[in-house]
Design a protein around this ligand. Structure first.
Ligand SMILES: NC(=O)c1ccc[n+]([C@@H]2O[C@H](COP(=O)([O-])OP(=O)(O)OC[C@H]3O[C@@H](n4cnc5c(N)ncnc54)[C@H](OP(=O)(O)O)[C@@H]3O)[C@@H](O)[C@H]2O)c1
Length: 324
């Protein structure tokens, strides 16, 4: 048996309960990881409440459970120690310290999590605390995937809207070290943080509306879900790319029309999780060019408080839950 956070219905943070459940079984190609830390991400909070971007509700319920979650334990990223491996596993051994994306399988808000050996698992950078390792992958792999699809190039001007969140703080660092010039849009209180991460310019969205300014960008990354195509199109250079990390169904459906009728391109849709990206993040941590930004820490028992904070939509980087 093990402790896990379970929910029997969608709703407010009080639907989350700490229970004793069966420890997941290990198939021949699986690894059992003892979870030391996990993150409560914006995606966890959305799924807990079934609060999804406009027009996505039916698809989300079909995918995750019509009236109640099909997988009752949330948690899409974790760090921990491999405790058991299946008979056919060659890549991992008991005792290995790792961090991983459990992604759509979820299940990381528990004492143990089973993942396939070829899942998004990487060795934890030496000396990095488990809490920091647990928050490396969600924002980092999202930014890497969108930048790859956008072909973000050295010397290009990138604007990140929602720059102080998990995706934003990762995006700033990864783009800065890839040689892009980064403008970060966030609230004034987070200006020092985003500058420290590598932003060349910071805009406080309460003081200045960047969509009405004369500055132009090669790539705009919108992580908040608050801006329209037309607002962003105005500030994109010819052949500019608009990355809608949190796109509504309407935006996804109208993206092909936008792409066909302008000299700019919208890139939206779910991220493809790749083990190469998780490994690349580990290398960047070792090289000192990437780190997880951690806002608050909670214990597994305090998970409802962690969700309540994530629900504010104002966290800085990640919220981490330590286990055991
Ligand atoms: N496509 C995919 O597969 C994929 C993958 C990962 C994430 N996502 C989605 O991407 C979104 C961002 O994720 P996240 O984890 O980075 O979120 P987050 O950590 O909750 O960050 C949200 C950030 O948005 C800023 N913000 C809130 N309200 C704002 C407003 N009205 N105007 C401007 N900024 C505002 C806040 O900064 P201030 O406090 O400074 O205002 C906060 O730091 C989520 O909707 C998530 O579901 C999608």
């Amino acid at each position: 048996m093990m402790k896990a956070i379970v929910q029997d219905r969608y709703g407010a943070p009080d639907v989350l309960a700490l229970r004793e459940v069966e420890r997941p079984s290990v198939g021949p190609r699986d690894v059992l990881i003892e979870v030391r830390a996990s993150a409560v991400n914006s995606g966890d909070a959305r799924l807990r409440a079934m609060r999804v971007p406009g027009g996505m509700a039916l698809f989300a319920r079909l995918a995750f459970g019509l009236f109640a979650p099909r997988r009752p334990t949330l948690g899409a990223e974790l760090s921990g120690v491999v405790r058991e491996v299946g008979s056919a596993v060659t890549r991992w051994r008991a005792g290995d310290e790792v961090f991983a994306l459990s992604g759509m399988r979820m299940g990381a808000h528990a004492e143990f999590c089973v993942l396939p050996e070829d899942g998004c698992i990487a060795r934890k950078p030496a000396g990095l605390p488990f809490a920091d390792a647990a928050a490396l992958a969600f924002g980092g792999t999202t930014a890497l995937d969108f930048f790859r699809r956008a072909k973000l190039a050295k010397g290009e001007e990138l604007l990140v809207y929602g720059a102080s969140g998990a995706v934003g703080t990762a995006a700033i660092q990864l783009a800065h070290h890839a040689g892009a010039r980064v403008t970060a849009v966030c609230s004034a209180g987070n200006a020092a943080l985003v500058r420290e991460l590598g932003a060349d310019r910071v805009i406080d969205y309460r003081a200045e509306d960047f969509t009405k300014s004369d500055a132009r960008y090669d790539v705009v990354m919108e992580t908040v879900g608050a801006l329209s195509f037309r607002q962003c199109e105005r500030v994109l250079r010819p052949r500019g790319r608009l990355l809608l990390v949190s796109a509504s169904m309407g935006q996804m459906l109208s993206a092909p029309w936008f792409n066909a009728t302008t000299d700019k391109r919208v890139i939206a849709g779910p991220v493809t999780e790749r083990v190469e990206d998780v490994e690349a993040l580990a290398h960047k941590v070792a090289a000192g060019t990437y780190r997880a930004v951690i806002d608050r820490r909670y214990t597994l028992e305090q998970i409802a408080e962690a969700h309540t904070y994530v629900d504010t939509g104002r966290k800085k980087g990640s919220v981490v839950v330590t286990i055991g």
